[in-house]
Design a protein around this ligand. Structure first.
Ligand SMILES: [Fe+2]
Length: 353
């Protein structure tokens, strides 16, 4: 994508975010940030009349050696902004923060949001950003999902491979996390791009069996499951992972953190993005893409493990899996949201195009 096309894409995105003349817009960058993104966002903000500044943070001095990986998308909550008080205070003064570092699941991001700053995370390469740019009724369909999550007390996932797990909701689910790829409300976080909806279950109140099947996707590996993985969940934690190579691989990763909270059940929801590709991980450079295709594709069922500080919980573990199931079913209080991979409710389906 040319520099001009990238600039135009970011202008369009910032227009969706309702960036206004005179508004303070911060662009946060770090050692791994794409310089073309930093430059294009600064220029796009200026085109819209915003008062733009860029805060570029160095690699932290403190060691992250205790974590088994710092790979892209595999370490969450520890960032160049971790413990950086002056940086946090400066960013809280912005109306909008363009996060090119990846603050997701960090207490610093929560603090900045609470100050009223809306936060937009951007990681994906240009072709994915352009393909999945929010469109038409994306937001309405995601918000429809959010309303249903907010009033539900039980979420159940099943699959033909043998999955049957139930999550109790209510402790954190009255304000579900909506992702539609832009943010135009004070204090609201989103990630450009992707459309999906999710929440966190009650502490210690998810139990059942998950059977991952070929074609499901495990992040941060950015790999398809190719053989069944039988996962047992009791009282909110994974208690066993059985199967062949894929199970051994998954169990090894979780064990490596030496942290019981790595096994905790975290956010759970479903994908609503018809422009996201189930097989996107086959087409990306793993070093430079985070995998929004797999996380958001229309009709997926997405569950995760690890932190829950995003919604006020106390688990700060940097270990975080996102697991996308293809062809599964998800029910809220017995009503299907996704059935065998198809979105069911009319207000979430692609009916308006
Ligand atoms: Fe996640």
């Amino acid at each position: 994508m040319s520099a001009i096309d990238l600039l135009n894409l970011f202008i369009r995105e910032l227009e969706l975010c309702k960036v206004k003349p005179g508004e303070v817009m911060a662009v946060l960058t770090g050692p791994q940030t794409r310089s073309d993104y930093a430059e294009a966002f600064v220029a796009a903000g200026q085109r819209l009349g915003a008062e733009v500044f860029r805060l570029d943070l160095p690699t932290p001095v403190q060691s992250w050696a205790a974590t088994p990986t710092t790979a892209q998308g595999a370490l969450w909550g520890l960032t160049p902004l971790t413990g950086h008080r002056s940086g946090i205070e400066i960013l809280k003064r912005a109306g909008i923060l363009i996060d090119l570092v990846g603050l997701l699941h960090s207490p610093e991001q929560i603090e900045i949001q609470k100050a009223g700053t809306r936060v937009l995370m951007v990681v994906e390469p240009p072709d994915i950003l352009a393909r999945m740019l929010a469109r038409g009724d994306t937001r309405e369909r995601v918000e429809a999902g959010g309303r249903r999550l907010a009033r539900s007390s039980q979420l159940r996932i099943t699959s033909k491979a043998g999955t049957d797990i139930t999550y109790q909701l209510g402790q954190y689910s009255r304000k579900p996390i909506l992702q539609y790829g832009y943010t135009d409300e004070p204090g609201r976080w989103d990630h450009f791009p992707g459309a999906f909806v999710y929440t966190w279950p009650n502490e210690a109140q998810s139990s059942g069996t998950i059977v991952l099947h070929e074609g499901d996707i495990i992040f941060p590996f950015k790999e398809f499951v190719r053989s069944d993985i039988h996962i047992t969940v009791r009282d909110g934690f994974i208690t066993s992972i059985e199967g062949g190579f894929d199970a051994t691989h998954l169990r090894y990763f979780l064990d490596a953190w030496n942290d019981p909270d790595a096994f905790a059940m975290a956010h759970v929801g479903w994908g609503l993005d018809e422009m996201a590709l189930w097989n996107g991980i086959s087409l990306i450079n793993k070093e430079t893409a985070i995998g929004q295709d797999g996380r958001a594709f229309y009709g997926n069922v997405l569950w995760s493990t690890g932190p829950n500080t995003d919604v006020g919980g106390t688990r700060t573990t940097p270990a975080h899996l996102d697991i996308a199931m293809k062809g599964a079913s998800l029910y809220l209080d017995g009503e299907p949201m996704v059935q065998d991979g198809e979105v069911v409710p009319a207000d979430m389906r692609l009916t308006k195009r």
